[in-house]
Write a protein that binds this ligand. Structure first.
Ligand code: PMP
Length: 428
């Protein structure tokens, strides 16, 4: 059987790990069946414990923009490891990656490293609250900013898949301070601001949403938010955990030409090791401890191995900015191929794409917000996912996730993927 060993390993894992996984969406609940256990990965490919090979469109949920086990990243991490893995003191490499990030990203002066996207967003909001002296935040239904309490209000990603967009364990008090708006709906945001005059510290969003599938902002949406923030003394926080160093060197701020006040990063900035970061102009960042009063800390923050991986990836992206163009072209090619295959087989669908983020929704409606994303045919998505996996193509095991392309993909890989869609579409 194709997945025998993975299923065995999953059964063993379930005895000692809740649900057998250390992050819920890995468990395949949204698509049914057992998850595959990965043994190793190289370039654009994953290899599971049953020796099956897959073209990878998850890429560790975003970080592996240069592909798996990139030789330069591997070497940098091995060399650093030999010198000790953590000291809890400042190290030179932290300044190097900070300097490079500040060079690459528009409109920022300083950056603070943390260990995950969750921490980055949580700290960004604390800083926004501390800086403005206000408590409330606006977030958008279907956006996911990690699993910190304030964000588990109509959250996207695994929180939707598992039916807990509002998780038990989040207190009423915390939930009260998170106001909810519809993505791409400026009117909605205006109403919330009117009803909560001088109480809103920040608006946080994924500038291109990736946790309800891929949903780009409508023309004028981000500009409108910028204007509303400026008029009402509200900080605009971009959660660029997915889009940062992926859509462009300077992320969504650069690609879409709208500046945020605070930006959260994760994924690519860690090159596949556990890293998040948040950043802003001096005026805001100097409000952070030890210079300022807003507290934030981390035993392993700025860890040398993580910084070595991150610095190597950022350096590659900085020195080869053509990667972003090439990734966007590959994604457009994939889009066209999948679209043709689905049309040929009369499968109702909508494909959304921005840069190297893309998602396929089995719905005729335009997918512009959480409601429209949720209207997709989930049974059809499940068959699509299983069919693709059987053909050796690994996409996210939920319709509420974007796919991420990697620079390691060749046009042969893309053609193979499109052929797989043609085969799978016959049986949808
Ligand atoms: N923000 C966004 C936009 C994300 O996609 C994610 C994770 N997928 C997070 C925050 C949380 O990051 P982490 O899982 O590293 O805590």
């Amino acid at each position: 059987m194709r997945y025998t060993r993975s299923s065995q390993l999953f059964n063993e894992a379930k005895q000692y790990i809740p649900g057998g996984v250390n992050s819920p969406v890995r468990a395949f609940n949204a698509v049914g069946g057992d998850p595959i256990f990965i043994k190793k990965a190289k370039g654009a490919y994953l290899y599971d414990e049953d020796e099956n090979k897959y073209i990878d469109y998850i890429n560790s949920w975003g970080p592996m923009i240069l592909g798996h086990a990139h030789p330069k990243v591997t070497e940098a991490v091995i060399e650093k490891t030999k010198q000790g893995t953590s000291f809890g003191t400042p190290t030179e490499i932290e300044t190097k990656i900070a300097e490079l990030a500040v060079k690459m990203v528009p409109n920022i002066d300083k950056i603070r490293m943390v260990n995950s996207g969750t921490e980055a967003c949580m700290s960004a909001v604390r800083l926004a609250r501390g800086f403005t002296g206000k408590d409330k935040i606006i977030k958008f239904a279907g956006c996911y900013h990690g699993h910190s309490d304030s964000f588990l209000i109509q959250a996207g990603s695994g929180a939707v898949t598992f039916g807990t967009p509002n998780s038990p364990g989040v207190t009423k008090g915390t939930a009260q301070d998170t106001l909810l708006a519809d993505f791409n709906n400026l009117e909605n945001v205006k109403e919330l601001i009117e009803a909560n005059k001088n109480e809103i510290a920040c608006i946080i969003l994924e500038p291109v949403a990736g946790n309800m599938g891929c949903i780009p902002p409508k023309d004028g949406f981000l500009e409108g938010l910028r204007e509303l923030c400026d008029k009402n003394d509200i900080l605009l926080v971009f959660d660029e955990v997915m889009t940062g160093f992926r859509l462009a060197q300077g992320g969504a701020q650069e690609l879409l030409n709208v500046n945020a006040d605070i930006v959260a990063f994760g994924k690519v900035i860690g090159g596949g090791l556990p890293v998040g970061a948040f950043t802003a102009r001096n005026e805001i960042m100097d409000y952070l401890a030890p210079t300022g009063p807003v507290y934030q800390a981390g035993t392993l923050s700025g860890n040398p191995l993580a910084m070595a991986a991150g610095l190597t990836v950022l350096t590659e992206l900085y020195e080869h900015p053509e990667i972003f163009k090439s990734l966007a072209e590959k994604t457009a090619y994939l889009h066209e191929g999948i679209e043709k295959a689905l049309i040929d087989h009369k499968i109702t669908h909508t494909i959304n794409r921005k840069g190297s983020m893309i998602s396929v929704h089995f719905s005729e409606e335009k997918i512009t917000d959480f409601k429209s994303a949720a209207s997709g045919n989930n049974e059809r998505f499940k068959s699509f996912f299983r069919g693709m996996m059987d053909e050796g193509i690994y996409i996210a095991p939920s319709a509420f996730e974007t796919w991420f392309l990697t620079d390691a993909l060749t046009y042969d890989d893309l053609d193979f993927t499109i052929q797989a869609v043609e085969k799978v579409a016959k049986n949808l």
